[in-house]
Design a protein around this ligand. Structure first.
Ligand SMILES: Nc1ncnc2c1ncn2[C@@H]1O[C@H](COP(=O)(O)OP(=O)(O)OP(=O)(O)O)[C@@H](O)[C@H]1O
Length: 336
């Protein structure tokens, strides 16, 4: 896709999204059944791709739906493109694009009919046929939406999300169910949108997706951000350093080091048995996936490290759950 909008100059614009102390709880019969968002702070700069990572039920979709204006919050401040989504009107809505997790409406309309129809909702829409080409659906332009494959349907969702030429695009788990080739070309599309000046907030379960696309990523767990930064920096500067693990006197030891060869040599000199081996010796290279799994509490922060790994520094603790500014609890469904 050719560049469409002049990318904003860094530092000259207010952030696209600013969230402070966001809270949201789901209630039933007056009782809180789930504190879905629990004091979340977030800033997304204009022109960046920002990824929100986290396990099922972490609060990603709830947060994004609040930012999109589809769901009410209980507490906190939210500004999206300079307005509060809970109060913003049609003009604001025409400046954002939304690709929801799942959409199956208008099944009888063709791709071309749908994209042209959606274009009429916006004051300065893109050329619908250019958009269809950009998402790789030219050959399916006359196919009814219900006859598309899952990946093609997702591309149509993206076409509908971008035809209004949004300043800010929300992509909720956009590549779930894609084959590897479809994912790659979708990534190219997202990067092209960013080149054209669109700010993009995406939620994803895929760390490789965040690593490939995102300028910055936040890991959400239990409704709070537990790590924030460039994808490669998540977990702090030490997280990706190699770990040497060994067993001595029946106790497992582990040490992060920038010089694993030197450490292994010194262990060999001190601890090697008659067979020349250091008991339990392993040199582990944590992957981004390991770091992420550690942050969401799914596995130890270093691969294959069990309870006997006392020497490793902890990863950042979850942020202080100090924000509970909820006023009135509501039970609701997203009002789309
Ligand atoms: N309408 C609702 N009523 C009650 N609880 C809800 C409702 N919607 C979501 N929840 C709960 O709130 C929590 C956060 O859900 P949310 O959908 O925001 O998580 P998520 O991070 O997007 O998860 P996933 O990755 O599975 O999409 C979950 O425990 C979920 O069960």
């Amino acid at each position: 896709m050719s560049p469409h909008r002049t990318p904003p100059r860094a530092g000259t614009d207010a952030p696209a999204i600013e969230v402070r102390g966001l809270t949201k709880r789901y209630t039933q019969g007056g009782d809180t059944v789930k504190q879905a968002v629990d004091g979340l702070d977030l800033t997304v700069e204009r022109g960046e791709i920002f990824a929100v990572l986290g396990p099922n039920g972490a609060g990603k979709t709830t947060t994004v739906e609040i930012l999109e204006g589809f769901r009410r919050r209980d507490g906190g401040q939210v500004q999206v493109l300079g307005e509060d989504p809970a109060l913003a009107g049609r003009a604001w809505r025409s400046r954002i694009g939304v690709v929801l997790q799942d959409s199956r409406d208008q099944a009888e309309l063709t791709v071309r009919e749908l994209v042209h129809h959606f274009a009429t909702f916006y004051p300065a829409a893109r050329d619908p046929d250019e958009v269809i080409a950009a998402v790789g659906l030219l050959e399916k332009a006359t196919t009814r939406s219900r006859q598309l494959s899952g990946g093609q349907r997702r591309r149509l969702d993206v076409a509908l999300g971008i035809v209004g030429d949004p300043e800010l695009l929300f992509l909720d788990e956009p590549t779930t169910g894609f084959d590897p080739q479809a994912r790659r070309s979708f990534w190219d599309l997202v990067l092209a949108l960013r080149e054209g000046g669109t700010t993009i907030l995406l939620t994803t379960h895929y760390l490789d997706e965040a690593a490939h696309l995102a300028d910055r990523a936040a890991v959400v767990r239990d409704g709070r951000i537990v790590a924030l930064g460039a994808p490669a920096d998540l977990g702090g500067p030490d997280a990706l350093r190699p770990v040497v693990q060994w067993v001595s006197d029946g106790v497992t030891h582990a040490e992060r080091t920038d010089h694993p060869t030197a450490l292994v040599s010194s262990l060999a000199a001190r601890l090697a048995g008659p067979d020349g081996e250091v008991p339990g010796l392993r040199v582990l290279q944590p992957s981004l996936e390991d770091v992420y799994l550690g942050l969401i509490g799914a596995t130890p922060t270093t691969p294959s490290l069990g309870a006997g790994a006392p020497d490793l520094p902890d990863l950042p603790a979850p942020t202080d759950p100090s924000h509970h500014a909820a006023d009135a609890a509501v039970t609701e469904e997203a009002s789309r």
